[in-house]
Write a protein that binds this ligand. Structure first.
Ligand code: GLN
Ligand code: ZN
Length: 771
């Protein structure tokens, strides 16, 4: 028997209806009822799409007003105490306080009180952010199924089998955070399981047969206690006599695949795209009476599936004796756009190669029909056969398309000399030459690149894009912005200036738009967090740089000041990480191609007289594979790609890089291996803790630890910054320290930016006076 299903579906809506409904509700322009009505409509539409595509189940429980982990916090009744029940607040209001925070005026003591939101962090190695559950010894759980039951009742009106999707108890605990010293949230498991049990019982009452438990932590290097708990945990859940599909994805279950196959569940889902190597083992070890769900369609990327290859895996599963095979996307479709068909912006040759969520559902149906025919020793006939052939032709056409290939780029990469990723001299020599050239004071001050992206600037860009103003008028305005930014920085006395990035919409899109091998969609939105969506560029072919991308702007900005103005680029790893990239060659190859394009830009900037060039790599850390065993390989090519982009320059040209808040400690050698002359990092919120690692490691090059938090409009006090710089100087030699904010300032207003940077400069001057 063969069935199809999906682990989850994008909830933001084809035209981001949920985003707009949420934001209108948050502005107070629509009621909770309006918002609920939109949600109801969207869910019905998404379930209907699943039914129309022939899926055997519709999936319920994947919808969320903000984030699925946050939903589980309410479902399991473990909201942290600061979001306590207030009779005047609805559950949804409480939910939004938890996900977004709230400041309220307390009139009695005339103070603004803040209920800070839950922390947000990336969901495994995706660009989706989830709300982190908080645990203490006092945490208690209690089932609140109203919200889930409401959705089930809605789904039932469609008269189609339902599968409920929940986050598994161990993933829920593991992805949370203990907020109490010496307390391990794992100890809460015994209390948590009965509550999951109650939820199961409730689902049973509502006529549910199948529950999907997502346990993606099975793809991590799991601590022994979590691993050992799986059996006990699912044994306990099994008693409810609902059928359980255990879902793993994103990474191989290597090391514990056999244990996973033996768990007391009724079915197992594996990711055959990211963890193809698991399949033969699972075919061996999973008892044949259990359902095997094959994640054959890539839920993390946008390319059409080779259906023949998928069919082959299904056939193998039946040959291995599996009785019931389900076919699904590898993971939830949350991570891909709704639909590409009829997108007006994508390169028309590339468009047919793409599959969003809707197209992926259609692929499922084709695979199912073909597999059914195959089981009966037949082939597809009629309309289905035509569809199949068309689909496979498209897949083949992509594979052999000249559009993918640029012989020059391939040749250049193949012929790259081994020293192409090395600067002329080692850092100590470069440092000396750079000091002579730039003659900067102690604790040089700089910013990370962007200045406030005002409404004016955004309007200007969108008018230019729509063709309402011409290039000359556009450039006139932009150059005015740059002029003002330079004047401002000179006025307050920063040492190394930036042009402010007013001409850039987004740090990846800006470069992707100018590089060959990329295309962009009009509507390919993917949820990032809450109502925020991103539209990742689509990298389909060999990457080449037809002409300089930033040189004119950099030259102009530099002409306005005697002080160095940094050339500003995005690094190869970040461009790769934040795009949908081709799957027909290793990521490493794609990264190196991007690196060559950036390298040429770096060389051109130097040629144009730019002495300091910053290559941002905020996504360097997040590119790490989920399994430690694979880290080395990634770090090798990632640091090489960076060095290739950074190395064509003279010794006295200074290369900077920037990384946002990351866990740096376990990858310090790889950061040092990038060999940037200066790295600026986000540290202020960690109170310089993060910098200690760099100190202990004896990080060899110069560092600019962020001295104030740019995520808040609050203007720092001089003594706060002084204290942070002093703290930094305790762990890093003072002569290697730079002073800068945590990150770019594009989300800030000018008023607080001017004030904060002025304070930063005076704090630095105070310290220089003491030297
Ligand atoms: N140069 C970029 C900016 O300042 C860096 C942004 C980032 O680190 N994400 O906006
Ligand atoms: Zn940053």
């Amino acid at each position: 028997m063969i069935k199809t299903h999906t682990l989850g579906f994008p909830r933001i809506g084809e035209n981001r209806e949920l985003k707009f409904a949420l934001e209108s509700h948050w502005r107070g322009e629509s009621s909770e009822e309006d918002l609920r009505a939109t949600a109801h409509e969207l869910r019905l539409k998404h379930w209907q799409a699943q039914i129309d595509s022939g899926l055997d189940f519709i999936t319920v429980g994947d919808f969320s007003f903000y984030d699925q982990m946050a939903d589980h916090i309410q479902l399991l009744g473990c909201e942290p105490a600061r979001f306590e029940f207030k009779p005047e607040q609805s559950a949804l209001q409480r939910y939004f306080t938890m996900t977004r925070g709230k400041s309220t005026e307390d009139h009695a003591c005339k103070h603004a009180h803040e209920t800070w939101a839950l922390e947000m962090t990336k969901w495994f190695d995706t660009n989706y952010h989830y709300m982190v559950p908080e645990f203490t010894a006092a945490t208690v759980f209690k089932a609140h199924t109203e919200n889930l039951v409401e959705q089930i009742e809605q789904a039932k009106t469609l008269n189609h089998p339902i599968k409920v999707s929940l986050i598994g108890p161990l993933t829920f605990l593991f992805q949370g955070k203990s907020k109490q010293a010496n307390f391990e949230q794992f100890d809460l498991l015994e209390q948590l399981l009965p509550v999951y049990g109650q939820i199961m019982a409730e689902l049973k009452v509502h006529g549910i047969e199948w529950v999907q438990f997502d346990e993606p932590i099975l793809g991590l290097d799991l601590p022994g206690n979590y691993l050992a708990a799986f059996e006990r945990c699912y044994l306990q859940l099994k008693t409810s006599d609902l059928k359980i599909l255990l879902a793993t994805y994103f990474s191989s279950t290597q090391g514990h695949t056999s244990a996973v196959c033996k768990l007391p569940v009724d079915g197992l889902h594996i990711d055959c795209v990211r963890a193809e190597e698991d399949l033969p083992l699972v075919l061996d070890w999973l008892p044949n009476y259990k359902v095997l769900s094959l994640g054959l369609i890539d839920g993390r990327n946008v390319w059409k599936t080779d259906l023949q290859a998928a069919l082959h895996q299904i056939a193998k599963s039946f040959e291995a004796g599996k009785g019931e095979v389900w076919v699904a996307p590898s993971c939830s479709l949350l991570h891909v756009p709704y639909r590409f068909t009829s997108d007006t912006a994508v390169n028309t040759e590339v468009l047919p190669w793409l599959a969003g969520a809707i197209e992926k559902l259609e692929e499922l149906e084709l695979i199912k029909q073909a597999a059914k025919a195959h089981l009966h020793g037949k082939t597809l006939s009629g309309a289905l056969n035509t569809l199949w052939n068309e689909h496979q032709n498209t897949v083949r056409q992509r594979a052999s398309s000249p559009l993918l290939n640029n012989a020059e780029v391939k040749g250049r990469l193949a012929a790259l000399i081994p020293t192409a990723d090395q600067r002329g001299s080692e850092f100590a020599i470069r440092q000396k030459l750079q000091r002579e050239r730039f003659n900067l004071p102690a604790f040089p001050t700089t910013t990370i690149g962007s200045f406030p992206q005002t409404k004016n600037i955004r309007n200007l860009r969108s008018r230019f894009k729509k063709g309402e103003i011409d290039k000359t008028a556009y450039w006139q305005h932009i150059s005015q912005e740059i002029r003002q930014a330079i004047e401002f920085q000179e006025r307050i006395g920063l040492d190394v200036l930036v042009h402010g990035e007013a001409e850039r919409n987004d740090m990846v899109e800006y470069f992707g738009e100018q590089l060959e091998g990329f295309t962009f969609s009009a509507n390919g939105w993917v949820q990032s967090y809450g109502s925020r969506c991103v539209k990742p560029p689509i990298l389909f072919g060999d990457v080449a740089r037809p002409k300089a991308m930033t040189v004119d702007v950099a030259r102009f900005a530099q002409s306005l000041s005697e002080k160095p103005v940094k050339g500003m680029l995005t690094g190869p790893v970040t461009i790769l990480q934040w795009s949908f990239v081709r799957n027909d060659q290793p990521r490493a190859t794609t990264a190196l191609q991007i690196a060559l394009a950036i390298r040429d830009e770096v060389a051109d900037l130097e040629q144009a007289g730019i002495g300091i060039i910053q290559i941002d790599e905020p996504a360097y850390r997040e590119g790490l594979p989920l399994r430690k065993a694979k880290w080395d390989e990634y770090l090798q090519w990632a640091s090489k790609a960076f060095r290739i982009s950074a190395s064509p320059v003279r010794d006295d040209t200074q290369i900077h890089t920037h990384m946002c808040y990351s866990e740096f400690n376990d990858i310090l050698p790889a950061i040092a291996a990038m060999d940037a002359d200066v790295i600026t990092i986000e540290t202020s919120r960690s109170d310089m803790e993060l910098l200690c690692g760099f100190g202990e490691f004896h990080y060899p090059n110069e560092i600019g630890p962020g001295v104030y938090d740019i995520h808040s409009p609050r203007v720092p006090l001089q003594n706060e910054i002084v204290r942070l710089i002093r703290k930094a100087a305790e762990v890093i030699p003072a002569e290697n320290l730079w002073v800068n904010p945590d990150c770019g300032l594009k989300t800030r207003g000018w008023e607080e930016t001017e004030a904060a940077l002025a304070v930063m400069v005076s704090a630095t001057q105070q310290l220089r006076g003491e030297l």
